[in-house]
Structures are given as C-alpha cells and as structure tokens.
Design a protein. Structure first.
Length: 249
C-alpha cells in the first residue's frame, strides 16, 4: 500500500456501483506537520514530567476515557463468534468503504448467520474535514459505539444501515436526529437512540483512530483475515468470501 496520505481526487464512485480502478483504496488524510508537532510536544512533556527516581509506569493516556462495553482485548467491536476473524478498518464517510460494504456486506451477513466468521469492526474518524464542519465521521463512529455499549445485538444492522444511507463527501451528512432515526429503524430502543448525540464515546473514537495509524493502517478499507492482510480486490463480490474459505480450519 502506498504511503501517500492525500485522498484521491475523485469522491464516491458513481451511484452505488463498483469504484473506478484508480480508487483502489481511500488514502488516509493526515496532516504530517501537525502529527510531528504533536509527537514533539508529547515527548517534551514526558521528559519534563518524568521522575527518574521512580520506577512507576507512566499513566495510560486512555485512563478515565469512556469506552463501549464488550470490546475485544485489542479494542475491536466483535460481531459473531465464527472460527475465522475478519477485521475491518473503516470510516463511515469513506466512499471506498461504502463500495466494500456494497460488494461484501451480504456475504458477511450470510457468513455471520452460518457461524463461519467473527467480524471485528474498527471504526476510524479521519474524514471529519470533508463533512462541512459537522464531524460526520466522529458522530457516526460514536453512534455505533453507543449502540454497541447499550444494545450490541443491533450493532451489525446499524453498521449496515449507516452505509446504506452513506452521504457524499463535502456535505454535512445525516443530522443527529436522522442518525437516531436510522438506529430506531433497525430496532435500537428509543432511549438508546436518544443518547447518540451526546458524544459519550468521541474520545474513544479519536484514540482508536490514532491507534490504527500507529498500527500501520494507511488507508480504508483495510481488511485483515485471520491476522493476514487481505490483498484481494475488496470491491469484487466473492473475493472476501474466497479468502475466508481459504482461512477456514
């Protein structure tokens, strides 16, 4: 995968069809200068705060941060309990992720129902700047986390519904109320849907996004099948199912 960090010039593929060949993966848009400055600040603060007479470890940066219940030890949202694990890094505003979902969502649905896979969702939020100031990537990832925390049985249906109604880049995306209505439409209780705009898990979303960067994720969708990077065509129906079949015990 290329180390380029700028998104492709094209936005979403026309309609809900397959993407153009050039848009093989949505590149992560990161501000390198800002990232370097942030690292320098962290290093300086750590050096100033360090007490060389103490052997106590530094406090974890996620201490006190609200995280949804039921995560895997690696911080994934796990759906199903099949023998083959399919891990997906995605952003709800990413058009290539929408194309991946269109090509593979139904197949993953069937494999989940048949008990063939565990799907580990790893939401990211790096496209907020392309949502006209509404932070759509963060809001939808937080909404998923809220559903996972309070009504995990609806998480997969809600995930798919968000892609079924995926807005184009450059606009504001769905409003908070529209996202809540979408959650209700897949069975999320009213009291849970009402909590989505509160942003309880936004800090967790930001932390998981940075962790994905640290783990080497450079574009979305990034798919890992049983610990091995999926290098097939993520937009060809059947290609992911073939990889799962090959990985099956």
């Amino acid at each position: 995968m290329s180390t380029r960090t700028q998104p492709p010039p094209s936005a979403r593929p026309g309609g809900r069809g397959a993407p153009q060949p050039a848009a093989t993966r949505y590149r992560v848009a990161r501000w390198v200068g800002v990232g370097v400055l942030a690292v320098l600040v962290v290093v300086i603060v750590a050096l100033l705060a360090r007490d060389t007479s103490s052997t106590d470890p530094a406090p974890r940066p996620t201490e006190g941060m609200a995280a949804p219940a039921g995560l895997t030890p690696e911080g994934s949202i796990a759906i199903g309990d099949g023998p083959v694990t399919v891990t997906v890094y995605f952003d709800y505003l990413c058009p290539a992720c929408g194309a991946f979902e269109e090509a593979n969502g139904d197949a993953l649905d069937r494999m989940l129902q048949d008990g063939d896979v565990t799907v580990e969702l790893r939401p990211m939020a790096f496209l907020d700047r392309l949502s006209a100031g509404t932070a759509y990537s963060t809001r939808t990832a937080n909404a998923l986390a809220t559903v996972v925390d309070a009504d995990p049985g609806s998480a997969w249906a809600f995930h798919r519904a968000l892609y079924a109604e995926q807005p184009p880049e450059g606009g504001p995306g769905l409003t908070d109320e529209e996202i809540a209505d979408l959650a209700r439409s897949v069975g999320v209780p009213d009291e849970v849907a009402a909590e989505l705009p509160e942003g309880r898990f936004e800090a967790w979303v930001a932390q998981r996004t940075e962790q994905a960067f640290a783990d080497g994720v450079e574009g979305t969708p990034t798919i890992v099948v049983d610990g091995r990077l999926f290098e097939g065509d993520p937009y060809r129906p059947g290609s992911l199912a073939e990889a799962v079949e090959q990985a099956a015990p």
